[in-house]
Ligand binder design. Structure first.
Ligand code: NAD
Length: 516
């Protein structure tokens, strides 16, 4: 037993390897390479603020399906006919939410808290209870402008993960030359297990708590994994509720529906940006995307839009992997048909599985499909050293945040596989978020063509600076000037991108100095 004296003693912290320290490895290498001022390094190596809070919500009554084995105990249970067709909301995990007075007026046969629906399955009736969810907002750095970054609803989130993602936003906004810093947050929740009205209640409560911490000139959220324009609309409404000057507050979130202040081109922006970078990679070699082959991991916002745009430029998609499985077609997948399949309301999991125009293969085989380009557009840490050893691709364009582990990076370099790092490849989203923010502030609305022209110029210009840093070819062209950023030797692309970010951020500390 610890004695009274040493009970409260805190042991000396040992630096241990975590997802965050792994993510920061490249930061430290870039800081060493450019001799980053020690105090700036201290400012940047940990976030400004780490907020953890809790959100509670009252859930609805629901029906939970029994396994066929367990259902045998209810062999004689007659079917319950539910009269109100809108009363039942089916979720991807098989549960059914009872909306309103779903069972009112129906012939209900309940036995020991169970009933049978016309689909033949037996369900346990689970009364709605209140539930608590853990929520986060990490505000990493604001030297260049307000904190900016997405809201993730996912079961596997942590402070460590949000720290890494928030820092990544600081680097990305610097690289994309948008006047923001970095932030990230969200809720530990699997949104597929909750009904629409439950998610609304959880989101409103989340914003109720978040409101003290953010603002259109302080910290501006956007969609990320598990959230979308609908969630952003709810967040905006909750933020503006009761405010007198609602019009100045619309810029509180980006990624909104165009009809309520969103920007044309925002939904596609991240996928579009990935493709602008890939186009520029090939343009540099005197080639185009026409006739090239590719695979995509993740077929959500980023993956599906990148796939569709690449398809439109004449490239062929041979395989797609998502959270539920992998599909493969050596002749090329019809992307428009696949998008329609995933969007079909009957496809509750929004999965590529079940698509008739392709065969199912194992995930391991997905990584080994020989193609020109792989676009990881799912979650972080998917390309491990082992995966990297087996890849049969020439280029990886990182649509996802942090898809490649540091160990895998070393393997890719050894194997000569080219890389367009996430902090430039997927910077299209935050760039068009910035355009949305400006349009809100100025009460303007730009056309999709205007947005895309600006986006293309911003990404290609900064990607070229990164390529020049990587090759150590300082130069000034009509489009870009890489002379202030090259470091006198060649460096790999991920390090080059980080060097660009750090030089731009460091300038603020050096020129403005530190507030005491
Ligand atoms: P999304 O929720 O729309 O889609 C995620 C996709 O990933 C789904 O198809 C899902 O099935 C798949 N997926 C999840 N877990 C998987 C697993 N273990 N294996 C394979 N596939 C899996 O999310 P999104 O907005 O498209 O974001 C995807 C990635 O892009 C994330 O890393 C996100 O941080 C990054 N990103 C998104 C944006 C944006 O504007 N949406 C901007 C920059 C970066």
């Amino acid at each position: 037993m610890a004695g009274p004296e040493n009970f409260m003693r805190v042991s000396t912290p040992q630096p241990k390897r975590t997802l965050y320290t792994d993510a920061m490895e490249i930061f430290h290498r870039a800081a060493d390479t450019i001799g980053l001022a020690p105090r700036v390094r201290l400012e940047l190596e940990e976030p400004d603020y780490e907020h953890i809070f809790y959100v509670t919500a009252k859930l609805k009554d629901r029906l939970r399906p029994l396994s066929p084995e367990a259902a045998k105990a209810f062999g004689e249970l007659p079917v319950t006919q539910v009269r109100d067709p809108n009363g039942l909301e089916r979720l991807a995990d098989g549960q059914i939410i009872l909306n309103g007075k779903a069972l009112l007026g129906s012939d209900v046969n309940i036995r020991r808290g169970h009933l049978r629906l016309p689909d033949g399955a037996v369900y346990q009736l689970v009364p709605g209870e209140s539930q608590r969810f853990k929520a986060y907002r990490v505000q990493h750095n604001q030297a260049r402008g307000p904190y900016k970054g997405g809201i993730r609803y996912h079961r596997e989130v942590s402070l460590d993960l949000f720290k890494a993602l928030a820092a990544e936003m600081t680097w990305k906004t610097a690289i994309a030359e948008v006047p923001f810093g970095g932030g990230k947050g969200g809720i530990a929740i699997d949104p597929r297990q909750y009904g629409k009205e439950e998610l609304e209640a959880i989101t409103l409560r989340f914003m109720y708590k978040l409101k003290k911490l953010i603002g259109p000139n302080i910290d501006i959220p956007a969609p990320d994994v598990g959230t979308n324009g609908e969630i952003m609309a709810l967040m905006m409404r909750q933020y503006l509720d009761g405010e007198r000057e609602r019009v100045v507050g619309k810029a509180i979130v980006t990624g909104k529906d165009v009809r309520i202040g969103g920007s044309e081109g925002r939904v596609k922006a991240t996928g579009q940006g990935v493709v602008y970078c890939i186009e520029d990679y090939y343009a540099d070699k005197g080639e185009t995307l026409k006739g090239k082959t590719y695979t995509v991991q993740g077929f959500g916002n980023v993956g599906s839009n990148a796939a569709e745009i690449m398809h439109g430029l004449g490239a062929r998609c041979l395989a797609v992997n998502d959270a539920d499985g992998t599909i493969f077609n050596p002749e090329g997948i019809d992307i428009a048909a696949l998008i329609a399949h995933v969007a079909d309301p009957k496809n509750l999991k929004r999965s590529v599985l079940g698509f008739p125009g392709a065969q199912v293969i194992e995930k391991k085989a997905f990584w080994e499909v020989p193609v020109d380009v792989l676009v990881p557009a799912a979650l972080g840490g998917e390309i491990t050293a082992d995966v990297a050893e087996h890849l049969q691709v020439k280029l990886i364009a990182e649509g996802a945040n942090g898809p490649t582990t540091p160990d895998a990076d070393r393997v890719l370099q050894k194997r000569g596989i080219d890389l367009i790092p996430d902090i430039i490849a997927n910077a299209g989203g935050v760039t068009v978020s910035y355009y949305e923010w400006i349009q809100n502030k100025r009460m303007e609305s730009w056309t999709e063509a205007e947005v895309n022209a600006k986006l293309e110029h911003a990404l290609k210009r900064n990607y070229r600076i990164i390529r020049d840093i990587s090759r150590n070819t300082p130069r000034k062209t009509e489009m870009h000037d890489s002379r202030p950023f090259c470091v006198g030797k060649q460096v790999e692309p991920r390090l080059a991108a980080m060097i660009l970010a750090l030089k731009r951020i460091e300038a603020h500390y050096i020129i403005e100095g530190f507030s005491q």
